[in-house]
Design a protein around this ligand. Structure first.
Ligand SMILES: [Zn+2]
Length: 381
């Protein structure tokens, strides 16, 4: 009989990932996940309160309560909430309950920048608690009441979190990454809450099959509907004309515009082209230096147009923003990505509306599905 080898760290059984070093087997799948981990400790029960600056909407309150009920019954929850719904605050009630019982909370997000952005918000909401952020090189202090971390750091917390929350469960690099999924499962002692505006079919299927709870919130916190993208169907070459026309129109009204391009090359090429017509313009992509500074320039209105790849498809919140997606038929634009990109618009209560344009040579199934889903959310607010 063939002997099955299992990596004790990541559960890998695929022989092609095992190497041999001086007669000892090692696993290539999880070799990059190295560093200290910590062990579970029971804590003293104490009353924990939290504070939010605004009042939750009725619907938010309802879901907040249902999430807590699920946790007390030992049921996992998926919070399926549209972009700009205010889903972070919905889990505060459950977090406070878990902490009050001397249990531990992990709040994981695939991307580091979101961890950094969320840290001051969680600290402010839970002033009585020690909130630590753990990511990349930032991992000297692993202990806290609330641990905010990237999904890449979950391997340090084996059987540790009574409650693990994973926000943006469908985001890169977590989605479809078996190792990260394995480490996240291993870190949970009791239950988990997943949150997403665009959960994958796979996740929805698992929740249905296992009888877990799916709570939907299809209205934004300010109760305005989501902007429906407008499609301009045109051959690629004419898009160079339409982009100028749209940008001029928006700039006349003093609106800032985020222009999405499918590739790094195109982001640079379109920047060079648009620079001939517009002044306060710049571009970012994953290879661009000082991209945080450039995004800040845009945020603080020193730029009126920012060209970007899908690195800014999530997380960014800018007031009074308009969005244009060029070459929207490109394969990088899944319906999930298009929904996230469209969700950048109208997030602020001061400007809850705005425009989203898809310039495309072909109306793909992904474009159709994205628009269909957004309409569905609006009809079921
Ligand atoms: Zn392994």
């Amino acid at each position: 009989m063939e002997e099955k080898i299992i990596c004790p760290r990541c559960g890998n059984t695929d022989l092609k990932y095992f190497g041999n070093l001086n007669g000892k087997l090692y696993c290539r799948k999880c070799i990059t996940f190295k560093g200290d981990g910590i062990e579970y400790q029971t804590k003293i029960k104490k009353e924990i309160n939290y504070q939010i600056k605004f009042e939750l909407s009725e619907k938010q309150k309802e879901i907040s309560q249902a999430t807590l009920d699920n946790y007390t019954k030992g049921i996992n929850t998926l919070i399926y909430a549209v972009t700009g719904a205010g889903k972070t605050e919905i889990v505060y009630e459950t977090i406070a309950y878990v902490l009050s019982n001397g249990q531990t909370v992990g709040f994981a997000i695939p991307r580091k920048d979101v961890v950094i952005e969320l840290l001051p918000r969680i600290k402010e909401a839970f002033p009585m608690c020690k909130v630590v952020a753990v990511y990349g090189e930032h991992n000297s202090d692993l202990r806290g009441d609330i641990i905010l971390l990237t999904t890449h750091q979950l391997f340090r917390y084996k059987n540790y979190f009574d409650l693990l929350i994973i926000d943006e469960i469908d985001a890169f690099p977590y989605q479809d990454n078996q190792i990260l999924e394995y480490f996240s499962k291993k870190s949970i002692r009791k239950n988990y809450i997943y949150m997403s505006a665009t959960p994958s079919e796979k996740i929805k299927r698992i929740f249905l099959k296992e009888g877990f709870s799916v709570l939907t919130l299809f209205s934004r916190f300010h109760k305005n509907s989501l902007p429906i993208p407008k499609v301009i169907k045109s051959p690629d070459i004419f898009q160079y004309f339409f982009i100028i026309k749209l940008l001029k129109k928006f700039h006349e009204k003093n609106k800032r515009v985020l222009v999405f391009l499918p590739t790094i090359d195109l982001s640079e090429k379109i920047f060079k082209y648009l620079k001939l017509f517009f002044k306060k313009i710049n571009f970012v992509n994953s290879k661009r230096k000082n991209k945080d500074q450039i995004v800040d320039d845009f945020r603080e209105k020193r730029l009126t147009t920012l060209i970007t790849t899908s690195i800014l498809e999530r997380g960014i919140t800018i007031d009074d923003l308009q969005v244009i997606v060029m070459f929207a038929n490109h394969q990088v634009y899944s319906s999930q990505t298009l929904i996230q990109i469209s969700g950048r618009v109208g997030r602020n209560i001061k400007h809850p509306q705005g425009h989203v344009f898809f310039l495309t040579s072909k109306v793909t199934i992904n474009i159709k599905n994205a628009i269909k889903d957004i309409r569905y959310f609006n009809e079921n607010m």
